[in-house]
Design a protein around this ligand. Structure first.
Ligand code: G4P
Length: 542
C-alpha cells in the first residue's frame, strides 16, 4: 500500500524534474529603443506563439489586441510590466519575463531579474552599451547570472563588430564569445556566418517586418561565391577571434564571466532563430533553490515559489492585488491551498492566471521556472514564499540602492487614516521604500525610489485608489548607505546627511547629498559604518 504511494511520489517527482529541465526562464536587458519589444515579438513569432508580430506589446502601426489594455494602463499612469510570455520551442518552454521598458526604471525591473536564470543583453549596433543596460547588467553580475548578448539593428548603419566586442570587454569585463558573425557591414548586412558549422545564412529583407524573414542557408563555398569580399573579410575577422581565444566556453558563461554573442536584426526578424537556438542549447534550466537558512530544496520537492512582483489589478472595478510568483520547486496545481511562510496562514489559489501578452488565461498547472499570477493577493508582499508540504522560506529579494528621495504629506489632513493605509500598502507592494525618523514623524515619511517614475505611480495610486492625494517635496539627497545604531547619532549630526529607518525591515539608512559629500564624511569619520546597500554593488559609479 505504502509502496504504491511512494511509487506515485517517485513518478510525480520525476515528472517535475523533467518539466523543470525543459524550462528556460530569462529576461531581456536593454536601453529603451534598442528593440526589446520588437525582439520579444520576433522571438514569439519564430516560435509561432503568436500569429503576427505586434500582438504582444502593440507598438506603432503594429498595434494589436493589447492596445485597449495599454491605454487603460497609461490612463492610470502605470506601465504594464506584467507580461510573462511563454514560448514553446524545440521541446522547451521558454519563459520570457518582461522588464519595464521606459526610460526611467524602478525596482520592479531589478526584481524581475531575481526571478530569471539567464539574461539576454540586447544592444543597438550603432550605440553599443548604454546607461540602463549597464545598470541592469550590474544586477546580473551581482547574481553571477549567465548573459547572452544580441547585437540588434544590423540592417542599419552601425559600428564595427570588433569594436563592439571590445567595448563589452573593456567596459564591463564580460568576455565576448561570438556564436555567429555578420557578413557585410552594418547597413549593408548580407547574412550571418555560423561559427560552429561554418555555414552561411543569407539575409533577405521582408517588407514591413511583420512576417518572418526568409532564411537561406549556403555552404562556405557558395557563400564565398555569392558575397565575395564581404565574405572574405568576415572569415578573416573570425580567424582573428579564434587566435585571441574568443570561443564559447560553458564554465565561464555559466559563471557570468563570458557571454556568447549573436548578431541580427529583430525588426526584419533576422538572426532571431539563432537566438532561440542559443537559449534552448545554452541557457540553464532552473536549479535547486536555496532557502533563507542556506539549505537547498530539491526541485522535485513539493510546491514552493516566491513572489517577485506585486501589481494593482488592471481592472479598476476590482480593488485587488495580483502577485507574480516564480515556481521554485514542485508542481503547482490550481486550487491548491498553500501556506504563506511569513504568516503561516493558508493561501487558496482558486484564481490563477498565466499572463501571455494581454491575454490572461487561467492556468491549471505550472512547474519550476514558470510564472503564475495569483489574484486576491493583498496579503502577500514582494519576496514572500508560498509552499506546500515541508516549510520553506526563501531569502528576501534584495532592495536596491535608492537614488531619489521625497517627503510625502497628505494634502487633506482629514484623510490621514487613508494616507497611512495607502503608504503602508505601497510599501508592502514594494512600489517605493518608506523611511521614517522621529524628527520627521509619521505624518511625513520619506519615500525612496530607484527611479523617479516610482513617485508618479505613488501619487497616482494615493489619489485614485486610496483617495488620499499627497504632496511630494523632493529632498536633495542622491545616495543612501547602511549604518548601525552606534554610528547613527554622529552621522545624523553631520551636514548633508540624515539617518532614517526603513520601515519594511528596520534597517538604518544614512542619506547623503552626493558622493563628494560621502567621501568627505568617510575621510573625516573613518569610524562610521557606511556600507553600500547591495553587496556586490549595484550602485553606479556613473
Ligand atoms: P524598446 O522596446 O527597446 O524600447 O524598442 P522597440 O522594440 O520599440 O524598438 C525601437 C525602435 O527601433 C522602433 O522604431 C523599432 O522599429 C526599431 N527597431 C527595432 N529593432 C530593429 C532592427 O532590427 N532594425 C531596425 N532598422 N530597426 C529596429 P520606432 O520607429 O521607434 O517605432 P515603430 O513605430 O517602428 O514601432
Amino acid at each position: 500500500m505504502s509502496t504504491t504511494a511512494e511509487e506515485t511520489n517517485d513518478k510525480s517527482t520525476r515528472e517535475v524534474v523533467a518539466e523543470a529541465g525543459r524550462r528556460r526562464t530569462f529576461a531581456v536587458i536593454s536601453h529603451p529603443d534598442a528593440g526589446k519589444s520588437t525582439l520579444t515579438e520576433a522571438l514569439a513569432l519564430h516560435a509561432a506563439a503568436i500569429t503576427s508580430a505586434g500582438a504582444v506589446h502593440g507598438k506603432g502601426e503594429r498595434r494589436g489586441v493589447t492596445s485597449d489594455w495599454m491605454e487603460m494602463e497609461q490612463a492610470r499612469g502605470i506601465s504594464i510590466t506584467s507580461a510573462a510570455l511563454r514560448i514553446d520551442y524545440a521541446d522547451r518552454v521558454l519563459n520570457l519575463l518582461d522588464t519595464p521598458g521606459h526610460a526611467d526604471f524602478s525596482e520592479d525591473t531589478y526584481r524581475v531579474l531575481s526571478a530569471v536564470d539567464c539574461a539576454v543583453m540586447l544592444l543597438d549596433s550603432a550605440k553599443g552599451l548604454e546607461a540602463q543596460t549597464l545598470k541592469l547588467f550590474d544586477v546580473c553580475r551581482a547574481r553571477r547570472m549567465p548573459v547572452i548578448t544580441f547585437v540588434n539593428k544590423w540592417d542599419r548603419p552601425g559600428r564595427e563588430p570588433l569594436e563592439l566586442l571590445d567595448e563589452i570587454e573593456q567596459r564591463i569585463g564580460l568576455r565576448p564569445t561570438p556564436l555567429n558573425w555578420p557578413v557585410g557591414i552594418a547597413g549593408d548586412f548580407r547574412g550571418l556566418l555560423d561559427r560552429a558549422s561554418g555555414t552561411y545564412t543569407r539575409f533577405t529583407r521582408t517588407p514591413g517586418g511583420a512576417t518572418r524573414a526568409i532564411e537561406e542557408t549556403l555552404t562556405p563555398e557558395e557563400a564565398a561565391e555569392a558575397e565575395g569580399e564581404a565574405w572574405t573579410q568576415a572569415v578573416e575577422e573570425l580567424e582573428l577571434l579564434g587566435e585571441i581565444g574568443a570561443d564559447f566556453d560553458v564554465a565561464s558563461f555559466m559563471a557570468g564571466e563570458s557571454s556568447p554573442v549573436l548578431f541580427g536584426a529583430a525588426l526584419p526578424n533576422f538572426g532571431v532563430s539563432q537566438l532561440l537556438r542559443a537559449l534552448v542549447d545554452l541557457a540553464p534550466p532552473p536549479s535547486d533553490p536555496v532557502d533563507a537558512a542556506g539549505a537547498g530544496r530539491p526541485i522535485g520537492a513539493p510546491f514552493s515559489g516566491q513572489v517577485f512582483k506585486m501589481q494593482a489589478n488592471m481592472d479598476k472595478a476590482h480593488r485587488d492585488r495580483m502577485a507574480f510568483v516564480r515556481v521554485a520547486t514542485g508542481r503547482f496545481e490550481r486550487g491548491m491551498v498553500l501556506t504563506h511562510a511569513a504568516t503561516g496562514r493558508p493561501f487558496a489559489t482558486k484564481y490563477t492566471q498565466a499572463v501571455f501578452g494581454s491575454e490572461r488565461t487561467t492556468i491549471e498547472t505550472a512547474y519550476p521556472g514558470d510564472v503564475i499570477a495569483l489574484v486576491n493577493a493583498a496579503a502577500l508582499k514582494v519576496g514572500d514564499t508560498l509552499y506546500a508540504g515541508r516549510k520553506v522560506e526563501f531569502p528576501p529579494i534584495p532592495s536596491f540602492a535608492p537614488e531619489h528621495f521625497a517627503v510625502a504629506r497628505a494634502v487633506d489632513a482629514g484623510r490621514y487614516k487613508q494616507f497611512q493605509r495607502g503608504i503602508a500598502q505601497l510599501d508592502a507592494e514594494g512600489v517605493v521604500q518608506v523611511l521614517t525618523s522621529d524628527v520627521r514623524g509619521e505624518q511625513a515619511p520619506v519615500l525612496a525610489a530607484v527611479g523617479p517614475l516610482q513617485f508618479d505611480v505613488v501619487s497616482h495610486r494615493m489619489a485614485e485608489e486610496f483617495r488620499a492625494p499627497i504632496e511630494l517635496a523632493h529632498l536633495d539627497y542622491t545616495l543612501a548607505r547602511h549604518t548601525d545604531a552606534a554610528s547613527a547619532p554622529v552621522a545624523n549630526s553631520l551636514s548633508g546627511a540624515e539617518v532614517l529607518t526603513r520601515r519594511s525591515d528596520g534597517e538604518l539608512l544614512v542619506l547623503v547629498h552626493n558622493k563628494w559629500r560621502l567621501r568627505v564624511i568617510q575621510r573625516d569619520h573613518p569610524e562610521l559604518v557606511l556600507e553600500p546597500l547591495l553587496a556586490g554593488g549595484v550602485e553606479q559609479e556613473e
